[in-house]
Design a protein around this ligand. Sequence first.
Ligand code: IPM
Ligand code: MN
Length: 338
Amino acid sequence: MAQGLKVLTAVLPQDVKLETQEYDLGARRWHATGETLPDAELESLKRHDAILLGAIGDPSVPSGVLERGLLLKLRFAFDHFVNLRPSKLFPNTTTPLAGRPDIDFVVVREGTEGPYTGNGGSLRTGTPAEVATEVSLNTAYGVERVVRDAYERANARPRKKLTLVHKNNVLVYAGHMWKNIFDKVGQEYPEVTTDYLHVDAATIFFVTQPERFDVIVTDNLFGDILTDLAAAVTGGIGLAASGNINPTGDFPSMFEPVHGSAPDIAGTGKADPTATILSVALLLRHLGYEQQAARIEEAVAADLEARWGHLPGPSGQGGGSPRSTDEIGDALAARVAG
Ligand code: IPM
Ligand code: MN
């Protein structure tokens, strides 16, 4: 987070006054007070133009407490129905796809519905006769607004291609609704080429033919899984940025790295801050600072280019000592300021 703010400060024009407020949320807070996100803080967060969220989570907190009580609470409370996750193949990254032609796609993951709504239950819990349900909630309203957003994004990109990913050969209710709405909204975007893939087939193409994708729209759970795969094949989770966007502007949008908090290396200065810094770029783009956003993304590309030979590569290249969290932040701040 410190590196993200460092780069944000460095890239902003002189006449833009940045006002920040820090919120102490996450594992430490929960241990100290038992709180995840009190309503007063949620109200206070609402007043900001945007939120930059640091990676949260710690194995010492029971699984689900922070996920539901903090991250998902924010996404639901601020109606972040567009979970935007771009994937770009940066230079010199250690990925199975290194050296492949341009990979540049964006996943528009639905952010407020699907199986994430906590709609389910368990009977005879813990017994051999237990029955558990986890219902995926899909509303025409919710699907149409995210599908429309994805068409808008596809229409604004040079390739104008949109792929719907679902599993409508098995999930016949939600799957057919998604496909029908996708086709219906598509009539308003005659210039956008469309395509449909079952999610299992999509995972194959993410690895074997990722350049075929431009914009992808999918539900909350498929989008969660696909975007980790996308990160892994395009440079690693350490580079994956995301935006939880409310395109109506009714609530602040929130930007965060896709990765977790890496508690095993916390405080050692080894964590790569690049995903947070790229999330700052998405934040700036969302607020209309396109030039500054592009400067950050160019700086990251140039930085990755330059540091080759210093990090141990996939087949043992380099081997010098990797830079610290601070050094990477300093290098990127210097590049965007220069
Ligand atoms: C993500 C994360 C979250 C999700 C978890 C932590 C709830 O995996 O942002 O992708 O599943 O959305
Ligand atoms: Mn995830």
